[in-house]
Design a protein around this ligand. Structure first.
Ligand SMILES: Cc1cc2nc3c(=O)[nH]c(=O)nc-3n(C[C@H](O)[C@H](O)[C@H](O)COP(=O)(O)OP(=O)(O)OC[C@H]3O[C@@H](n4cnc5c(N)ncnc54)[C@H](O)[C@@H]3O)c2cc1C
Length: 401
């Protein structure tokens, strides 16, 4: 059986695993990045990059390329589907606290592909596609990871294993770590289309959260496409949900007559709110969707995973470079990032979806009034902007360790 020796092995070459791998490899740490797929998946899920994420990625020299490939979105809207009312937020108001007072709208696979290429170019780094992590054993001095290739099983001996292997993380399951939370009953149906939605509505922003008691929506612009996210009944068959008839109905409710709308992709997601009981088990560290899952309203999942990758990457560098105490550094990662996941990401995404799902009695009218007051009050508006752009949660977590 082949055996590879490295300092840090990383399972999963999604946006989070590739960030962790490049952060370490570019600082001279030996890494092996193991990806089950034959390339980084052409994944359309995340499209929003928030300001602190852009600042972090700037340290890896990729922010300017994301901006070139994507769209700058300083303005976002909370819209009422039934009345057409719009509450507008302008992130330019944060230009005193960030170099990037806007969101960048760009599909997540661009980042993963760009960084996996960059990792490959680093001395001491290997990117192994078609390598699926199966399991591992830890000892006092190292960890041995077993991975399956199309032809064989290989082993990698490492100091640490970073699990960035997504929602169904085999590493998390292997550890037996609890992944408590809940799954939303409804399915989330996502269409992409080249239909110029901006021509159907006046003043449509690149990012629009549309509330409605019957069918909330998210309308998001990426460079060549619009993405339309709607809820769907859990009882409805997936085949019927993805069929033309349902597409026609969804776009007819949106545009008046949607039969001519062509879609590029139609995808159904099951959405969860879950946080792993611990992000650390000795030499194994969980980051990204392997550690926490949340609904997509607000665009926090990938962003918070990248924040995990930076927090952990910097702590591993402090261990390798400055001889920091490993237990102390890695426990601090666990405490900070887990608390942020529970207290910020979970709580805020649940609130964001409740706002869109406007069907609960008089509650929505109350929430909408509160949102209008927030938008009208400069102090509350700034707090809201700092929270929704994820600047606030990163400031707070400095106090957690
Ligand atoms: C509709 C929708 C919209 C979203 N929009 C946003 C958004 O705008 N902004 C945002 O921040 N987040 C968003 N998210 C969430 C975001 O997509 C995820 O949080 C993000 O993809 C997590 O990245 P990751 O690298 O942790 O996991 P993944 O992207 O799932 O990557 C995991 C990788 O690990 C690989 N893998 C799995 N098992 C193994 C194994 N055993 N061995 C080796 N490799 C393995 C997989 O092949 C995959 O490449 C959205 C989610 C949905 C559903």
């Amino acid at each position: 059986m082949d055996q590879i020796r490295t300092q840090v092995a990383i399972a999963g070459a999604g946006p989070v695993g590739t960030v962790a791998a490049y952060l370490l490899a570019s600082q001279g740490i030996d890494v092996v990045l193991l990806e089950a797929g034959r390339d980084c998946a052409l994944d359309l899920r995340a499209s929003t990059f928030h300001p602190p994420t852009l600042e972090m990625l700037d340290q890896l020299d990729v922010t300017s390329r994301l901006i070139e490939m994507g769209l700058k979105a300083p303005i976002y809207h909370f819209r009422e589907r039934q009345t057409g009312d719009v509450i507008e937020f302008d992130m330019s108001e944060l230009s005193d606290v960030t170099r990037y007072p806007f969101r960048v709208q760009c599909e997540q696979y661009h980042l993963a592909r760009m960084l996996s290429e960059a990792v490959r170019g680093q001395p001491g780094a290997q990117v192994l596609f078609n390598h699926r992590v199966l399991g591992f054993e830890q000892s006092a001095s190292d960890i041995t990871i077993h991975a399956e290739t199309p032809l064989s099983i290989i082993s990698i001996k490492a100091d640490f294993l970073i699990a960035a292997d997504g929602a169904n993380s085999v590493v998390r399951k292997w550890l037996g770590t609890q992944f408590d939370g809940f799954t939303y009953p409804e399915k989330f149906l996502c269409y992409t289309t080249r239909e110029p939605l901006e021509q159907h509505f006046s003043n449509l922003a690149h990012v629009n959260y549309v509330s409605d008691p019957h069918e909330w929506m998210v309308l998001l612009r990426v460079p060549s496409l619009w993405r339309v996210l709607v809820p769907a009944s859990p009882e409805q068959d997936d085949g019927l949900l993805l069929a033309d008839a349902n597409k026609d109905e969804v776009f007819t409710r949106l545009l008046g007559d949607g039969r001519a709308v062509q879609t590029e992709h139609r995808t159904i997601y099951r959405v969860h709110q879950r946080v792993a009981q611990s992000f650390r088990s000795n030499r194994v560290l969980l980051i990204g969707d392997a550690a926490h899952l949340n609904n997509p309203i607000g665009g926090f999942g990938m962003n918070s995973g990248i924040h995990d990758a930076f927090n952990l990457g910097e702590r591993l560098l402090s261990i390798y470079r400055h001889g920091a105490d490993a237990d102390h550094a890695l426990n601090a990662f666990d405490v900070q990032r887990r608390r942020t996941a529970c207290e910020f990401t979970q709580a805020q995404t649940i609130r964001n979806l409740q706002y869109l799902d406007a069907g609960k009695g008089g509650e929505h009218a109350l929430r909408k009034r509160e949102m209008e007051q927030v938008s009208a009050d400069p102090v509350k508006r700034r707090e809201f902007l700092l929270r929704q752009s994820m600047i606030d949660c990163l400031e707070r977590e400095k106090e957690y360790a």
